[in-house]
Design a protein around this ligand. Structure first.
Ligand code: IFM
Length: 427
């Protein structure tokens, strides 16, 4: 755990707000130093809870790049701000258009820069979490509200009205599971987009109540009209979320359940990802997935879902995810839900897969640099998973799950500026 925290910590600056943390930190040339949702979803929680001033710096990096995000939205015919999937110093989309697949050697088109949209909501989510945990109203007033509203405007203009269903959809995207491209209504993207719009509306309401002149200035600055606000409310109200009302099962995207079923057992002893074994097209025709998608949603918006919904989705998606050779991002993240659902042995196995990814070079690619998102997920698995820490408006709660041999878990986090020392003993 300390090794992973060390990797996070050495990648940041105490003062500088001009850059963020690359997928490989500062340790290697993998992904060319580019910055992904890895930072906001996987690493930022550590900083928000433990070093809020660094979290603020990392969010300011995104704030400074709003002009580029606005230009990207405008270029694509949308309003507001659309952040790039891969970002560098200038915030211009830096995703390559094609690449040689590291395992299969195939030349594959990289569509993420064009259609992996959820990064915009990831950044908004990180702003929202920072505000909730730190209570830093000054940040919200000066920067956060603008980020939340500008990104909310993007989603409202990107969503497409579907007259027969009288709802809004988001078509032609890639969700976190990057093995399924050009999908419609990826549940993660739609849900996060709706969350983003609601967070923007909430921030505006807060600003109008607490600093009306600032709210006026901001709406003018970002060109937010009353009709934009009406649209935002309507999209938030009618966003399509593909979920079975009775069972709570969420369909990863329209048509996912119609794809061929996937059986991991068939590939026991394999030495590569399902995508490398099967090839790009066949993998798209099956339900095997690269990384947490629906389960990532249930983990990061934990409080939105009840236990029954978490269980039914876990039972469906956990067995069809490539935990071994898919993405390094999610095994440790899965440990949080596994703890909540009482699967402690599985949680511990997933946690070790994350904790040792670089120390034991489990994926054979540590020469390209460390897996920084995974390092963040290891911290989250420890604190949100095994300790079960949750911050609420009333304070905090813990709900420990003890892997064999663990007897104590102690750490300090900050809640609204106050240090909270947690010391859990198994006895
Ligand atoms: O951002 C990730 C993505 O979720 C999966 N592929 C690798 C990227 C960089 O780590």
């Amino acid at each position: 755990i300390r090794y992973n925290i060390y990797q996070l910590r050495i990648s940041t600056s105490w003062h500088d707000t001009r850059y963020s943390i690359a997928a490989k930190g500062l340790t290697g040339f993998g992904y060319h130093g580019h910055i992904f949702h890895d930072t906001e979803i996987f690493m930022l929680p550590y900083f928000t809870y433990v070093h809020p001033n660094i979290a603020r710096n990392l969010l300011l990096y995104r704030y400074h790049l709003l002009p580029a995000a606005r230009a990207k939205a405008e270029h694509n015919g949308f309003k507001g701000a659309q952040y790039p999937w891969e970002s560098t110093l200038d915030g211009v989309e830096a995703t390559p258009e094609s690449m040689i697949h590291p395992e299969s050697g195939e030349i594959i088109a990289v569509l993420n820069g064009q259609i992996e949209l959820h990064i915009t909501a990831s950044i908004a989510y990180a702003v929202g979490e920072y505000w909730r945990v730190t209570g830093d109203d000054a940040f919200m007033q000066d920067y956060g509200a603008e980020m939340l509203l500008s990104t909310a405007m993007f989603w409202a203009s990107r969503a497409e009205y579907h007259p027969e269903r009288n709802d809004y959809e988001i078509s032609n995207v890639v969700g976190p599971d990057e093995w399924h491209e050009h999908v419609n209504n990826n549940a993660y993207t739609n849900y996060m987009a709706r969350w983003n719009i609601r967070a923007g509306l909430h921030a505006l309401h807060w600003l109008r109540t607490t600093h009306p002149e600032k709210a006026e200035e901001l709406t003018h600055h970002i060109g937010l009209s009353d009709s934009d606000l009406d649209l935002m409310r309507d999209v938030a109200e009618r966003m399509r979320i593909p979920q079975d009302k009775n069972t709570g099962l969420i369909e990863q995207f329209d048509g996912f359940f119609k794809l061929a079923p996937f059986n991991q057992e068939k590939y026991k002893g394999r030495k590569a990802s399902y995508q490398a074994i099967l090839g790009m097209k066949p993998v798209q025709e099956q339900q095997g997935i690269k990384q947490a998608d629906v389960l990532q949603l249930l983990t990061i918006l934990n409080q939105d879902f009840d236990l029954k919904t978490k269980r039914v989705n876990w039972d469906y998606y956990y067995p069809i995810t490539d935990h071994e050779f898919g993405s390094s991002l999610t095994p440790a993240l899965h440990a949080i839900l596994a703890c909540e659902l009482g699967h402690i042995d599985t949680a511990y196995k997933l946690f070790l897969t994350g904790a040792l990814v670089d120390l034991e070079d489990l994926r054979g690619n540590a020469d390209k640099g460390i897996h920084a998102a995974c390092a963040g997920a290891v911290w989250q698995a420890t604190v949100f998973g095994f300790a079960g820490l949750r911050f609420t408006d009333e304070g905090h709660t813990t709900s420990p799950s003890w892997p064999d041999g663990w007897t104590r878990l102690a750490f300090t986090c900050f809640h609204r500026g106050k240090p909270i020392s947690i010391d859990l003993r198994r006895s």
